[in-house]
Ligand binder design. Structure first.
Ligand SMILES: Cc1ncc(COP(=O)(O)O)c(C=O)c1O
Length: 372
């Protein structure tokens, strides 16, 4: 092999992300990627439209305008020096990896969790140490995370709510984890689904950042703001960590459309509230319906729910797709599950109808026999 290749880059796990909507299927109900089913924030759309005529000019040189809007959105609990912005939450994760990881160092992830934690770390040549979630409840194992830390560990990744399981780490466990983290380790705390959380035991990273603890929060405009196609995300953390990450930021990194859309979305409170309210009420209906048809599910604090179908996952997903509904098969500890995004009422009703048919015709659907 040529010597100019980095072996660890060639060997890094590949990540493709979820499937996009197939081109010819405008009517498909896409409940596979945890997007906001109301569409984009209307205020963001309007801001993007009015920015179009300025596309011949470069965008803001840095992210200061967006950071100011974030300070307001966070009601001055954080300051501009706490934030950094990039084209999507995934980029925020990659920036953190690029900033803090050298080949041969270690990171800790929970398994299962958001796959890019592993992928982007491997691309830096880091060794990935996996700490399994509880096999039944998917709860985080804080003591095993702490026991897995070595002098080579640099980052611990934790998503709360976690994707694909939907559960959170409670504030007291988060406090315990941070209190016991050695100084050479940073906790990367992914909170991209935090708007949807109902549990009072939940905490974002804000208080810990204000105490200057070693924590970096990951956030995205792809979820509740409905802007997954725009590609915009932000992180926040103690200024000393953030100013170091900023060494990697290029001028004009975020596009004019992303900056305008992002700022408008942050201020579109009615849309935010509508989206959160829908999720909360529809989630209750999912639970009720799943219980009624005996479909095993895990309570979720996010905008998706993990289920374990009674029939093989392949047949389950294939039938739903034939009904115009796309869901996401996931593999956890070598067992197949399905992750379903909570949609708007009309979509959810269609989903329930299809799930009822599966429940009532299990063996036919398993064998791929047409019900017509
Ligand atoms: C846990 C988690 N973190 C981060 C992201 C990144 O989202 P994006 O790159 O679209 O901002 C996702 C997307 O699905 C996610 O589920």
């Amino acid at each position: 092999m040529n010597t100019f290749y980095k072996k660890y880059l060639l060997e890094a796990t590949k990540y493709r992300g979820g499937e996009a909507r197939p081109e010819s299927q405008a009517n498909l109900i896409k409940l596979s990627s945890n997007e906001n089913q109301f569409g984009p924030s209307p205020d963001a759309l309007e801001a993007i439209r009015s920015s179009l005529n300025g596309l011949h000019e470069y965008p803001d040189n840095d992210d200061s305008r967006l950071r100011k809007a974030l300070v307001e959105h966070y009601q001055n609990k954080l300051e501009v020096d706490h934030f950094f912005c990039a084209p999507a939450g995934s980029e925020i994760i990659e920036l953190i990896c690029r900033a803090f990881l050298n080949a041969g160092e270690e990171i800790i992830i929970c398994n299962p969790s958001f796959i890019p934690f592993k992928v982007f770390s491997e691309k830096m040549g880091a060794r990935v140490v996996q700490v399994p979630l509880d096999g039944k409840t998917f709860q985080f194992n804080i003591s095993l995370i702490l026991k897995s830390i070595t002098p080579q560990t640099r980052l611990v990744f934790l998503a709360s709510p976690n994707n694909p399981t939907g559960n959170i780490i409670c504030r007291s466990d988060l406090e315990a984890l941070l209190a016991n983290l050695p100084q050479h380790v940073i906790l990367v705390y992914d909170e991209v689904y935090h708007h949807y959380v109902e549990a009072s035991a939940y905490s974002t990273a804000i208080d810990f950042v204000n105490r200057n603890q070693n924590i970096l929060a990951v956030n995205s405009f792809s979820k509740v703001f409905g802007l997954a196609g725009l590609r915009l995300g932000y992180g926040y953390g103690p200024p000393k960590l953030v100013s170091y990450i900023r060494c990697l930021l290029k001028p004009f990194l975020n596009s004019t459309l992303a900056i305008s859309g992002g700022i408008a979305a942050l201020n579109d409170e009615p849309f935010l509230l509508k989206s959160i309210r829908n999720n909360t009420t529809q989630k209750r209906l999912f639970y009720k319906f799943f219980t009624e048809i005996g479909l095993k599910y895990w309570p979720s604090e996010a905008n998706f729910i993990l289920v374990k179908p009674e029939i093989p996952v392949k047949a389950f997903c294939r039938y739903l797709l034939a009904q115009g509904i796309m869901v996401r098969p996931v593999q956890i500890h070598d067992e197949p599950y399905v992750r379903i995004t909570i949609g708007v009422p009309a979509q959810n009703q269609k989903l329930f109808q299809a799930l009822r048919t599966i429940h009532e015709n299990q063996s036919l659907i398993y064998q791929g026999i047409s019900l017509n």
